[in-house]
Write a protein that binds this ligand. Sequence first.
Ligand SMILES: [Zn+2]
Length: 272
Amino acid sequence: MKRIILVLLALLLALSPCALCEEDDGGEGAINLIEEQDSFANAGSLSLSEPFTPDDLEKTILIGDDRVTVKKTKQYPYSAIANITGKFSCGCPTQSTGFMVTRNTLLTAAHCLVCQKHNKWAKKLTFYFGYKSNKNYLYRYKSHWEAYVGTLFPNGYTSENDWAYVVFDKDVGDKTGWFGMRNLSDSELESGTFTVAGYRDKKLKYDVGGLRVMDSDRMWVDMDVLPGNSGSPIYDSDNYAVGIWTTYYDNANSGFRINSKMLDKLRAEGLL
Ligand SMILES: [Zn+2]
């Protein structure tokens, strides 16, 4: 009799898997490795995609001098920045930033989607746009997503190829707006002033500063304290993204450049 009860119990659990699993708090997706990543030395000043502001969103014009907390997170371009929360398949939590660059495509850092410690990828993610709290936001995406990462960090973390894009099933950008993308030349990159904005501790913060070239893929970000988390957009005053902020170092920070490698890849996939 005891055995029958155990068998019945096992059957019951097998039939209702969510009796034991953790709370389902995000959309499931898949991770793919981006291949063919040759370096491109000749980044030029081609404007290859245009930013978009939905008609019903107010636009933020003011750019301050210091690290500032954004109060109007639902205004463009902040509306196009996502507070990403969720879990890796190893169980480790992830909280990061990403930003829309087309109607259905978000850019972020690869390590936001891959647990470098356990070499496991993101499993369930929720993307909050215009985030104030889990109940107050402009738009929330928690359906299926498909991610493409520059690296799976097989030998631990490196800032090389630390970029990723996520494709949504819905045209999220129609609600949130999106950033344009520019691949700047080395001199354009070093002569401009740029904004970094991202979510940290559930708040959206931004800072303004300069950039320096590291190589054709990467740049140093000259800001003493970075405002947001990995995956934050680095953009110009016309709301064109020029990079993705990726890495903290002891005395410097770095990001991944929007370059022809990235743009060619997005175009080849029909996303641009
Ligand atoms: Zn992990």
